[in-house]
Write a protein that binds this ligand. Structure first.
Ligand SMILES: [Zn+2]
Ligand SMILES: [Zn+2]
Length: 93
C-alpha cells in the first residue's frame, strides 16, 4: 500500500489533467476520488503517455497497487479508450 503514496511525481501536468478530465474511473465508472495511474511504472520504462495513464478512483487504484486488478485489463481499457477518444470525451462534456 505504501507504493501509492507519491502521486506528485508526474511531469506532464497537462496530460494528467486530460486523463482526469475523463471524469470517471475507467475501471468501475465511479466519479469520486479520481487519481491518475501509470500502468507501466517509470522505473520499468513507462512514460507520461496517454496509453500508459489511466483514470482510476481511489478504490480501484488501491486494488491495482495491491495486485488485485490485472495490468493487462487496464491496458485493454486504455487501448479501447484511445481508439474511441473523441467519442468518449465529447460524451461526458
Ligand atoms: Zn474505480
Ligand atoms: Zn498508481
Amino acid at each position: 500500500m505504501e507504493m501509492m503514496a507519491k502521486p506528485k511525481r508526474i511531469i506532464d501536468n497537462k496530460l494528467i489533467k486530460n486523463i482526469k478530465d475523463i471524469g470517471y474511473c475507467e475501471f468501475c465508472g465511479w466519479t469520486n476520488g479520481l487519481q491518475t495511474h501509470h500502468i507501466k511504472t517509470k522505473g520499468s520504462g513507462g512514460g507520461d503517455t496517454d496509453d500508459n495513464l489511466i483514470c482510476l478512483c481511489w478504490k480501484c487504484h488501491r486494488l491495482v497497487h495491491d495486485g488485485k486488478i490485472d495490468k493487462g485489463s487496464l491496458k485493454d481499457i486504455v487501448r479501447v479508450r484511445n481508439e474511441h477518444r473523441d467519442i468518449t470525451i465529447s460524451a461526458i462534456r
